[in-house]
Design a protein around this ligand. Structure first.
Ligand SMILES: [Zn+2]
Length: 318
């Protein structure tokens, strides 16, 4: 949200707005006004000057700022920043104008050329302003450099999309490791009868290990793919365990009878499904934790073109 005083000033001067700051040319020089906690910061970028000129600019500004209630002034070879502290009173538009005018006068008296070049090539024609969405950094680009940046961005997005679709390796890894998980779980059911259901945790862990061991891209496999592999493995394992138990109790049972029972015996089906539900329930908490870990991806910073400020700016972006 842009501070009201900055907005008013930007409207008067036909400036651009970038999230929490306003920027543009004032009497030929490029300025940016930032609204920070307990202060406003006025900054000006200009073409690089010699150390002697920088010292003169700094001395001239400190002299002028005595009348401008500015708190801190920083002067480098191509940048000036002045902060106005706001302890009790907010900085008003007149104070900001006085600050801007003093910078303009000092730069002009030291023969600093007006305007500022493209951040990449230095060209001063038809500049566009771009701001970073995670901080208030602004860069200026000429149409040529803006087009190059756009092509680069599109290429990166395409590469990312392509990468996102390449999960085959991860899926193969998860399936291979799930087979090991199924085997371990079945063995547990044979030898550790009372804690058979704990095998589901071994299976889930092995699927995740398989996914990460075979991972070759930075993108993480969508959780739904891993969930399907997990659920299918749980169902398969419970059928194998049930088959094994039937075989132990009725050693003469034929494979055909066993399959017929799996297909048409509804009480056997509901018994197996209950066990599947218990298995999934045991894994519910780790699955929820994993889901939140995967879904809290941090989006990287993005450069957005700054727009000319208008009266209804706030309403349009909300
Ligand atoms: Zn350029």
């Amino acid at each position: 949200m842009i501070n009201q005083v900055l907005k008013e000033f930007a409207l008067e001067n036909n400036w651009y707005c970038a999230r929490t700051c306003v920027l543009g040319l004032y009497k030929g020089y490029y300025f940016q006004l930032n609204d920070e906690e307990r202060c406003k910061i006025l900054s000006c970028d200009f073409d690089e000057v010699t150390e002697e000129t920088r010292e003169n600019i700094e001395a001239n500004l400190l002299e002028k700022n005595k009348n401008v209630s500015a708190e801190t002034t920083i002067v480098t070879n191509n940048y000036i920043a002045i902060s106005f502290a706001e302890v009790l009173l907010k900085t008003n538009i007149e104070t900001l104008k006085k600050g801007l005018n003093s910078v303009v006068e000092v730069l002009a008296s030291n023969s600093v050329p007006q305007g500022i070049g493209c951040s990449h090539c230095g060209s001063k024609d038809n500049l566009r302003y771009y701001y970073n969405t995670t901080n208030n950094l602004v860069r200026r680009l000429c149409p040529d450099c803006a087009a190059k940046e756009e092509t680069k961005k599109n290429q990166e997005e395409q590469d990312k999309l392509f990468e996102e679709k390449k999960y085959t390796r991860e899926i193969i890894g998860s399936v291979l490791f799930s087979i090991i998980g199924i085997a371990v779980w079945v063995l547990m059911s044979v030898y550790l009868k009372n804690i058979t259901q704990i095998g589901v945790i071994v299976l889930g862990a092995l699927i995740l290990i398989g996914d990460s061991k075979f991972k070759r891209t930075k993108q993480s496999t969508p959780l739904w793919i891993l969930a399907i592999i997990f659920l299918l493995s749980v169902i398969i394992t419970n059928y194998i365990i049930a088959g094994n138990e039937i075989y132990t109790n009725y050693p003469n049972v034929t494979l055909r009878v066993l399959l017929n029972n799996f297909l048409y015996n509804s009480s056997l089906f509901s018994w197996i499904m209950k066990r599947v539900l218990v298995s999934v329930f045991i894994c519910a908490i780790p699955i929820v934790i994993l889901f939140f870990q995967k879904s809290t991806k941090i989006n990287g910073p993005e450069w957005v073109m700054a727009e000319k400020i208008t009266n209804n700016y706030e309403e349009r972006i909300s």
